[in-house]
Design a protein around this ligand. Structure first.
Ligand code: LLP
Length: 415
């Protein structure tokens, strides 16, 4: 969603951003619940039916209130750690609505998820299959598993988030796939229910998703030849959002084309799951930050703000672009600035070469911070994590308190 201006003042869902900054301080995260409802409904209506379900990928934004909001709308959950598992359980989600992905599940994590009785573990290697089989036997439980294959598809995204390429650590490659499925199929304590893949994130066209479905159809045919039957296909997530003139498909277009490709490839009898993160929450979130200093006596002009790479690492990590606007628009002349944080790193920038009219003390708002912003934050430079606020029914609610100094070293021991 984009922010709205009324008399040159920025609002989110009718609430003045300046007022939120005054009440909760800066930097702070603000989310629009309307946007999350809208996105989830759009994909749910265009994709879901008895056999097709939308799961939310918790890593995009794991705040308990956001998870609860999605759970109430009927989402399932894709998790990648015991921490994410316990978050989802904490808000009362039934374990059959949880799928566990990730290349490095520890013994403790596997035991916990088997004890809860989650829907499925997505397995990414032979040694993981062996480990799960052994633990299941010890616990006397039969564990449902899917195997993540690596279809070697280029999603056309940033190389750091192109997970469906054979050169990455993810999934089992096509060469070893039949062997892995056969192995899983033979294990008494494993129930092989499905195939899984996730080709990447911030994918901006529909073709890679279609290509992946066609590739999975071929894999399933090959498995059939070896007498292996599955009934679940987990297609992962990855749909991109509009950060800056990205011509991304809508969730509705995505849902319809996935459904069409499923029918065209004769896969309608399978249970199908998609695991979306960014496209559900990405554009619902913002960071509000204050200009601490204006520095115009260097080679470049800098606005030094009170948010940094500890709150939003995407520009530093992927060269990502997030829109930055003043909360109160002024008529003063705009000049080019790099918007940078207080962290002691040259990579601590939030936006480069932005035309802004800004003075010391002014508030700026950074867009598209609903996904992979707060979830990737850190305490680098011993900076405190900011509060998170959500707008619901025209009112602002705090859904995470600002960290306190004592939280910072509460687990440290002075020798
Ligand atoms: N399923 C699996 C197995 C995943 O690994 C991911 C994301 C998703 C689903 C959800 O993908 P989404 O729909 O959100 O694209 N930090 C990066 C993004 C990393 C994505 C990791 N996996 C960023 O800020 O762009």
């Amino acid at each position: 969603m984009s922010i709205e201006y009324n008399n040159n003042e920025c609002f989110i869902d009718g609430v003045p951003v300046q007022k939120i900054a005054k009440d909760y301080g800066t930097p702070c995260f603000i989310y629009s619940s309307n946007e999350i409802y809208k996105n989830f409904n759009e994909i749910n209506e265009s994709f879901s039916n008895e056999k097709r379900k939308v799961f939310y990928s918790v890593k995009a934004n794991p705040n308990l209130s956001i998870l609860k909001l999605l759970a109430d709308m009927g989402a399932g959950f894709d998790i990648v750690s015991i921490g994410e598992l316990e978050r989802v359980i904490k808000i009362g989600v039934s374990p059959e609505k949880i799928i566990y992905s990730g290349v490095g599940k520890s013994e403790e994590e596997i035991i916990r998820s088997i004890e809860y009785g989650i829907y499925c573990l997505n397995v990414e290697s032979f040694s993981e299959l062996q480990r799960i089989a052994k633990i299941s036997e010890k616990l006397g439980k039969i564990t449902p598993v899917s195997i993540r294959v690596n279809p070697n598809i280029d999603p056309g995204s940033h190389e750091f988030i192109s997970t469906g390429l054979e050169s990455t650590k993810f999934g089992i490659n096509l060469k070893n796939m039949v062997k892995a499925f056969s192995f899983a199929n033979e294990q008494t304590f494993l129930n092989l229910i499905g195939i899984d893949y996730h080709i990447g994130s911030q994918i901006e066209s529909l073709e890679p998703f279609q290509e992946a479905i066609i590739s999975v159809k071929k894999i399933i045919n090959e498995l059939k030849k070896s007498g292996i039957k599955i009934d679940l296909i987990d297609m992962g997530g990855g749909l991109g959002i509009n950060y800056k003139n990205n011509k991304t498909p809508t969730l509705k277009q995505f849902g319809s084309i996935i459904n069409k490709t499923i029918s065209d490839n004769d896969l309608s009898s399978y249970n199908i799951i998609i695991e979306l993160g960014r496209s559900i929450v990405g554009n619902s979130g913002f960071i509000v930050t204050k200009a601490e200093y204006i520095k115009t006596d260097s080679e470049k002009n800098f606005v030094i703000v009170d948010a940094g790479m500890d709150n939003l690492i995407r520009p530093a990590l992927y060269g990502a672009w997030h829109d930055i606007q003043p909360v109160i628009r002024s008529k003063e002349k705009e000049i080019l600035y790099d918007v940078v944080g207080p962290v002691c790193e040259c990579t601590d920038f939030l936006g480069k070469d932005r035309l802004l009219s800004v003075n010391q003390g002014d508030l700026l708002i950074i867009s598209s911070c609903g996904a992979y912003a707060s979830s990737m934050e850190s305490n680098y430079n011993s900076r405190l994590r900011p509060p998170e606020i959500i707008i619901k029914n025209g009112k602002a609610f705090e859904i995470r308190k600002k960290e306190k100094i004592e939280d910072l070293f509460s687990r440290e021991i002075i020798l």
